[in-house]
Write a new protein. Structure first.
Length: 467
């Protein structure tokens, strides 16, 4: 669940009063910073001002609707009480386009979602917070579940004002509020490639793993692998920085993909599986250097194809961290959700996700990473892949598992990474963490993509307390 605690744009002091359902429907992308798709959104109101917001994907199964409504109501109201006090009311949005086109497709979808809207109203009401408006946004139109008057809320719905033509758009532009692409387009920038490059990239990843394992078994010092990985990352960042820009995100990503050779991407993906190396890479978090690093992490996440998808946790977590450090909380949330989607036990992504949900400032984490530039990370000199050793589960469940690492960061790497320790310290300073805080399933009730069943590779093993 995406839990937004900060206002969606604070560059200016402009204020606007929203009086109608149509104005609320138009304002939603500006409140979130992106155009929601297939989403349930709840927005709290405090004395007429917008407060906290939560978003969750609309479950495919109607049997899940009651649990989702309960979870969202409890999450939003509990967070508001912790920060700003009990909210006065809530506005609910159900955003989904029809899968079957037709003149009345939006109206039929609105009726299908009506029980979900009623569940949201009931759950919020049970916590003494009324839902004063519940809107369905579909096919460029909006419907109100709360207004029974046909003269203002006709059965065919009302058209949402065109982008950039209203007072809301002008005020948002003055205040510096940026509305991003849809969630689908943002996530596509981080998702594995589905092009002709997949086969070649898979072969390159296989070859890189076959090259690295003998080096580990031969006792290659961890620092040597780290240095080679970071040198390659710097080379690729310079290459991306020297390339001319593109007019849109899709063109920019295609150009970046062309600049990365398959073997370079494969070597870097495997090298970043070492938590210490990943922490060193996370130090590229400010200024122009951070912008080039973010392009590289996106490109590497796209190269984690086929049965190597789990390896995307590292570049996705790095992308989420750098985006957050640069102030782009929307992309940060999506990248961290995707990192936890491919590996729910990835500690670095989980702590970043929790810090975002708790509304922490990224500066304490930056401070910790800056300190790591001058203080060496404690740990062994060599990579350990002893087949008989046993690691504890980094999720904290306590289930032991054999260490069979095929990437840097084996059983001899004790404890958390420096970045994870910095995150833990920052969270502790904010007080005791709430159970389950920061969990953001990208799409509740949706079917997760299955990994290929044929010739599955052994699950990537990580060290004790892997960060």
């Amino acid at each position: 669940m995406t839990n937004h605690s900060e206002p969606a744009g604070t560059a200016g002091e402009a204020k606007i009063t929203l009086r109608t359902a149509g104005e609320l429907a138009e304002a939603l992308p500006y409140l979130l910073g992106f155009r929601p798709e297939d989403s349930v959104v709840l927005v709290a109101l405090h004395k007429g001002r917008f407060g906290g917001r939560v978003r969750l994907g609309i479950p495919e199964r109607t049997e899940d609707w009651a649990a989702v409504a309960r979870q969202m109501a409890q999450c939003l109201i509990g967070e508001c009480e912790r920060r700003d006090g009990h909210p006065d009311s809530i506005v609910a949005f159900l955003c989904q386009d029809a899968t079957t086109p037709g003149p009345d497709a939006g109206q039929r979808l609105m009726e299908r979602l009506r029980p979900l809207a009623q569940l949201l109203r009931t759950e919020c009401g049970s916590l003494d917070v009324p839902v004063t408006e519940a809107l369905c946004l579909s096919e460029g139109r909006y419907w109100s579940y709360c207004c029974p008057r046909a003269e203002c809320c006709p059965a065919e719905g009302n058209v949402i004002a065109s982008e950039g033509t209203s007072v809301m758009a002008a005020t948002a532009a003055f205040a510096g509020i940026r509305v991003r692409d849809s969630l689908g387009r943002m996530r596509a920038r981080l998702a594995p490639l589905e092009t002709a490059l997949v086969a070649d990239q898979t072969r390159a990843l296989d070859a890189a793993a076959m090259d690295l394992v003998p080096r580990i078994l031969a006792g290659t010092p961890r620092e040597e692998v780290e240095a080679a990985t970071l040198d390659l990352a710097r080379l690729l960042m310079r290459r991306l920085a020297d390339a001319s820009g593109a007019d849109d995100a899709l063109s920019a990503d295609l150009k970046d993909d062309e600049l990365l050779a398959h073997d370079e991407a494969a070597s870097l993906i495997l090298g970043l599986q070492d938590r210490v190396t990943r922490d060193r890479a996370a130090e590229w978090m400010e200024g122009e250097e951070a912008a080039h690093a973010l392009r590289l992490w996106r490109a590497l996440a796209r190269r984690c194809v086929g049965s190597y998808r789990e390896y995307a946790a590292a570049p996705l977590a790095l992308a989420g961290w750098v985006a957050w450090s640069l102030g782009d909380t929307v992309e940060a949330d999506q990248a961290l959700e995707m990192a936890l989607g491919v590996d729910p036990s990835y500690v670095f992504a989980r702590l970043l996700n929790e810090a975002r949900a708790d509304g922490l400032d990224p500066e304490p984490i930056r401070h910790s990473l800056r300190a790591s530039r001058t203080a060496p990370e404690p740990g062994p000199d060599a990579l350990d892949v002893s087949a008989g050793s046993v690691d504890s589960d980094p999720t904290g469940a306590g289930a032991p598992r054999p260490s069979a690492a095929v990437v840097p960061g084996g059983a001899a790497d004790p404890g958390m990474s420096r970045a994870a320790r910095g995150l833990e310290a920052a969270l502790r300073r904010r007080g005791e963490r709430r159970p389950g805080a920061g969990t953001r399933p990208a799409r509740a009730g949706a079917r997760a993509p299955r990994r290929p069943t044929e010739q599955r590779r052994p699950r990537r093993q990580r060290s004790r307390g892997d960060g």
